[in-house]
Design a protein around this ligand. Sequence first.
Ligand code: ASP
Length: 442
Amino acid sequence: MIKVAKFGGSSVANARQFQKVEAILKEDPTRKIVVLSACGKSEENPHKVTDLLYLCEANQRYGMDAEPIVKLIGEKHAEIIKELNIDFDLEKEMDEIRQIIKQKKSLDYLVSRGEYLSCKIMAAYLNAQFVDAKDVICMNYDGSFDLNKTKEKLQPYLEIQNTLIVPGFYGSLPNGNIRIMSRGGSDITGAILANVVDADVYENWTDVSGIYVADPRMIPHPKRIDVITYQELREMSYMGANVLHEDAIFPVISKDIPIQIRNTNKKDNPGTLIVNKIENDTSAAPITGITGKKGFVAISASTRHTSSEVGFLKKALEIMEHYRISLTSVVTGVDSFSFVFSKEDHEGDIYSVLSDLKENLGCDDVSVLEDVALICIVGRGMKSRLGMSGSVFGELGKNKINIRTISQGPEEISIIVGVAEEDFEKAIEAIYHKFITAEEGK
Ligand code: ASP
């Protein structure tokens, strides 16, 4: 049995959190590979080390002194080292950071120092083996991962009878230079390592007890999801549930490795298990999760060409492509169609799209609905249940919520409804109470 355990920034935010990680690792020696983020925010110190490192670079770039920020980074780590009572040459590490800034070495190198430091300190505290990610996580020049080379480089370390502490978020390019991943990338490091060692489970330790059926900011104390499939998680993440870095799923899915989301502050809570498939999955609840986002636009056009002219929809889609608009949903009727997309990056394009649809494509009538919120009801259990969408729509109707758009994924594991943004919270509450609270009471 071998487990890869990744701890996020909040799990290493101060000395108390380091001690919690220690307790978790002591409890189960199969947690052989440990990936850490850089120290995150804590009550007493509200800065993420990674943010501070980015800030150092920005200061330097604009001719400002980065030293006050370097000092903050030093103080944050010094406090941890002092409270853990370990022997650690922090000054040497801080001087290296100063040199990187002064000599304008790469941003990637500088920003990677957050996870490098948290791991060096953890390894010193636990007497564990520090393994620099630049020596094992092998990346190609395009940022993709070389799994074979990573496996080969990691192999000798696996022979060591000790826990391996590996910094997340960075690796090295074929020329040996450090390359960072996108923000939150330590999740990816954990997934890559789980892949190459064929881990039995990839544990992702954070500050929440798994994934919840609905956002706790909207539904107080929502139910925790025990088990969710990757496919369901993809649907939920796409619509706003922010659990894992999305690129962390592919390396583990390809090997059928389950991911377990767990809480460093409540280590006995089983959290949520994310799996590829569930055998004999007959007892799934109708709804696994409810999620959603505000900030969408729905553009509709009516024209008789929609169903009668071969290739008409393609031409309409080409207009969207021209404006580089990625669509969240496409709904077609006999004489009409509508496209839903995120307003954020395309607010300025809306009227040009409308004009192109009308003038260039000859649509008779075009209209736009702004301030649309999409609510995504996800559940593998919906497939086998008749009348699910009917009950969702009925419940929204009962609560006087007007549905603006409807779509169901072909896999039948999600129903997405568009409502006015002002109805968003009310709609989520209504669905939660109908399908979760009421079901529990049965
Ligand atoms: N420290 C990096 C960040 O803040 C990576 C990570 O925590 O996963 O984005």
